[in-house]
Design a protein around this ligand. Structure first.
Ligand code: GLN
Length: 471
């Protein structure tokens, strides 16, 4: 009930698209009964959790923040949602996002942008007052990052203890960094994607947003495991509950610092925290070495060719016949498809469908799609080579800077910057590796800054152990 009342108090953040109050209260009652009757409890029994609105939830509207799916009520739960419920979690609601998870601001959904709770911190407000260029208070707020910004705002505003995000190119880690949270992207294949409405099937992973690393590990324990409904999941033994050692020894670790991640756009504050973090490991006896990921500069472009190509294919299912929105033009089936898709999708989604179809044209396929697949392999091999040279985890920034004000973010020329902002996160998805962003300090403006650890494939436990030590 405390969480529900906080959801109401923080409605202006626009974190939730749907609040499932009745469901949550009923689940809470059942959980309490289990507890009182001395029945065995799940790992998440009675814990309020929110779910990004691109995971299917049985009987609860699932919109992807798009006109296309407004009113769509799935007949089944995504595997991860079912697993949360099986462990006794309380489903608080469905959180806001960029339409179909395309974006890194949580500003592009049909339900409007998500506001970062840190915009209202005392320290930040004081600083803004001193700034003569600051806009009036109503429009002067920060983005959460995205696309899982609703999930990040929901956890950050204490309306739940954990939230599911999705991570295709950074969408869990980026808002975690901007909202002062832990944002964890598990290894590709460790957690089922069944019921997660796809953006890029070969890169999508359900992500976990929490306030501390231990919480992320417990949620991972509940979610991980093979799923016959997702053929890309693997049999990887995970202890449940998934507990991390409280006192890790980092002295035998080798931490890699990718030199290509020192990009000119990186803010000096993030850069200095990054190097302080490396010093801290060194002072504990860990070996810190510079490594090279030579194909980093191709990663954004490569990601976009692959992303839009998969999007073009994925979005074909939204034809006005099977799900959600249907335009009532009855001239011809084709005219109905076209009008439905024009009304249903925003510019970003339509733009990606067009680009993807361009890259997949017979005459372009080899030059774009196939080439990008090859570059993707080179990018993934960069990581393999770094790990083969003895590195245990890589330490990098998560984002270029702290969260930026909304009005700055939506300026046209900043769209490129927003794609650029994924520079530290996207390559990880192309390589299928686990990665976690953890909050490390507040900036001069009083805003959270996160750093990212990247681990070897399926060494999620080792990765989280290092993150917990650092936290
Ligand atoms: N910003 C990236 C994109 O728009 C990543 C999004 C995501 O991870 N869902 O494609």
């Amino acid at each position: 009930q405390k969480c529900l009342s906080l959801i109401k108090k923080t409605k202006f953040l626009n974190a939730y698209i749907t609040v499932s109050e009745e469901v949550a209260l009923k689940q809470a009652e059942e959980s309490e009964k289990r507890y009182k009757n001395g029945q065995s409890l799940g790992d998440l029994d009675g814990i309020p959790i929110a779910v990004k609105d691109n995971f299917s939830t049985s009987g609860i509207e699932t919109t992807c923040a798009s006109n296309m799916l407004k009113g769509y009520i799935p007949p089944y739960n995504a595997t991860v949602v079912q697993k949360l419920l099986d462990q006794g979690a309380l489903l608080m609601g469905k959180t806001n996002l960029d339409e179909f998870a395309m974006g890194s601001g949580s500003t592009d959904g049909v339900f409007g942008p998500v506001k970062n709770p840190w915009s209202y911190s005392k320290q930040y407000r004081e600083k803004r007052k001193q700034n003569p260029h600051s806009e009036n208070e109503d429009s002067d707020w920060l983005i959460t990052g995205g696309s899982s910004g609703g999930s990040a705002a929901a956890v950050s505003a204490f309306t739940c203890y954990a939230a599911l995000g999705s991570d295709t190119g950074g969408s869990t880690r980026n808002p975690a960094a901007h909202c002062g949270l832990v944002g964890f992207k598990p290894s590709y294949g460790l957690v089922s994607r069944h019921g997660l409405i796809p953006l890029v099937n070969s890169m999508d992973v359900p992500g976990i947003l929490t306030r501390c690393v231990d919480d992320a590990a417990i949620v991972l324990g509940a979610l991980a495991g093979p799923d016959p409904r997702d053929s890309t999941t693997v049999h990887e033994p995970i202890n449940k509950p998934f507990m991390l050692p409280s006192l890790a020894d980092v002295s035998k670790l080798c931490i890699g610092i990718p030199k290509e991640y020192l990009v000119p756009e990186l803010s000096s504050e993030v850069q200095s925290l990054w190097s302080k973090a490396a010093d801290l490991f060194e002072s504990e006896g860990a070996k810190v070495i510079e490594v090279s990921l030579p194909h980093t500069s191709y990663s954004i472009v490569c990601y976009h060719v692959l992303c839009t190509s998969e999007v073009a294919s994925n979005m074909a299912r939204f034809d006005g016949l099977q799900y959600g929105h249907r335009c009532d033009i009855d001239v011809s089936t084709e005219a109905m498809y076209a009008a439905t898709r024009r009304e249903g999708f925003n510019d970003v989604v339509r733009g990606r469908i067009l680009s993807g179809n361009f890259f997949l044209l017979k005459e372009n396929y080899e030059n774009y799609f196939v080439k990008a697949q090859k570059v993707r392999r080179l990018i993934a091999n960069d990581f393999v080579n770094a790990f083969n040279s003895g590195v245990d985890v890589l330490l990098t920034p998560t984002t270029l800077s702290e969260a930026v004000p909304y009005l700055e973010f939506i300026k046209e020329d900043n769209r490129t910057r927003s794609a650029q902002d994924d520079i530290f996160t996207q390559a990880v998805n192309m390589a299928g590796l686990p990665a976690v962003s953890i909050p490390v300090a507040l900036s001069n403006q009083g805003l959270p800054i996160g750093l990212q650890f990247i681990g070897r494939a399926f060494c999620d436990q080792q990765l989280l152990t290092v993150a917990k030590w650092f936290e």
